[in-house]
Design a protein around this ligand. Structure first.
Ligand code: ADP
Ligand code: MG
Length: 359
């Protein structure tokens, strides 16, 4: 399962909460502005150490307080309980995993994979390329053990090459990094390509059940022009790199697009259909994770009843049920959510930032 319990202190409008969750469905109800999204955001934060919200202040510390604190206990594949603690002050962040402080956020990856669908979030469709790269990297951190090490190595060498460029060092001092940069870059690229290859069939089958008659394609852009290899691209862009003070080409500029019937999803699909594409993408990732025996995290569906029509709600919930995923659903009315089939569901009600289990 995923998250067993969570203690919250001063996170948005939640002053304190101490919650024990179901390994299956957790249903969170409450009026508008009660704090439902805030609770999901706290859960998301445990997995990714950042917020998914883009329409409210990025800083989730409760107004007037110096810090927020989250302590969650996740259960590993082997059934061991692993605590994750996050304390955020305005200019300071401390993250503990299993009792030890972590130095890099990427070290947290793999401990609690979490996906969110919310009207209040960047998505693979409307977020920028940076958002899509993060989505892709985070997914790969979970499914490929070796990816994290090579990604960290690439990031470090790229930082050094860019520092040399910024400092207007002689060309030789810049290109001295290229061998190592290329080695890591090509491995990252290979991992990303194979990830998309593995993901695409899952995505196709999910989407076919949700959007009948639509053909989906994933188009990957590696971060340099398709007509040349990366070594060639690096040589070709060196002059520009020197002039602009940073490396123009490489996996740090990668992106991907989703096409439905050969056209862009945003221009070709209704808002409701776009939501379905996003959910399919997340479900496909979860399926792939499970196929690779990656510990299951949690799937967060914010304001489910207003985001998806009832047919799609049912389909998404039953797909998650089949995957034995832990699910957190928020809705104004708990009764509006189709909970049939979930034996061990738990219900929570939120009112003015106070979360209580409904028994
Ligand atoms: N940093 C903060 N400190 C205190 N309250 C906040 C903070 N950020 C947002 N809020 C408030 O928290 C309340 C709950 O918001 P939200 O979780 O979005 O509610 P819901 O999803 O239930 O509609 C809102 O009234 C919002 O203004
Ligand atoms: Mg909300």
């Amino acid at each position: 399962m995923g998250l067993q319990s969570l203690d919250i202190c001063n996170f948005r409008n939640i002053e304190t909460a101490s919650l024990a969750f179901s390994p299956g469905l957790n249903l969170i109800s409450g009026e508008n502005a009660a704090g439902k999204t805030s609770l999901l955001e706290a859960i998301y934060c445990l997995g990714r150490v950042r917020s998914f919200r883009t329409h409210v202040s990025a800083q989730p510390i409760r107004d007037g307080q110096p810090a927020f604190r989250l302590v969650g206990r996740v259960v590993s594949c082997a059934g061991r309980q692993i605590p994750i603690g996050i304390q955020r002050q305005r200019n300071d962040l401390e993250v503990h995993l299993d009792g030890k402080p972590i130095r890099r956020l990427s070290d947290l990856a793999g401990s609690f994979p979490v996906q969110v669908m919310s009207g209040d979030t960047s998505t693979i469709l409307n977020g920028g390329p940076r958002y899509r790269r993060q989505t892709l990297d985070w997914a790969l951190f979970h499914v490929e053990q070796a990816y994290r090490e090579v990604w960290q190595r690439y990031t470090r060498v790229l930082r050094q090459r860019n520092a040399a460029l910024r400092a207007h060092m002689p060309q030789k001092q810049v290109t001295t990094w290229d061998t190592e940069l290329l080695d890591a870059a090509l491995q990252i690229d290979a991992f990303r390509r194979s990830y998309f290859e593995m993901l695409e069939p899952h995505l196709q089958s999910e989407l076919q059940q949700l959007l009948v008659g639509k053909e989906l394609a994933l188009r990957y852009q590696p971060g340099w022009p398709a007509a040349v290899s990366l070594p060639e691209a690096l040589v070709q862009s060196l002059e520009k790199d020197l002039a602009q003070g940073f490396t123009q080409c490489g996996p740090h500029r990668a992106d991907f697009t989703l096409l439905v019937n050969g056209q862009g999803v945003v221009s070709h699909c209704s808002r409701g259909q776009q939501k379905v594409v996003i959910v399919s993408f997340m479900l496909a990732q979860v399926q792939l994770q499970q196929q690779r025996s990656v510990p299951m995290g949690a799937f967060l569906l914010d304001d489910l009843t207003s985001e998806l029509d009832s047919r799609h709600q049912e389909r998404v919930l039953s797909a998650l049920h089949d995957l034995h995923s832990q699910v957190f659903v928020s809705a104004i009315e708990a009764e509006a959510v189709a909970t049939a089939g979930w034996q061990d569901a738990k219900k929570f009600h939120v009112e003015h930032g106070v979360v209580q289990e409904v028994v």
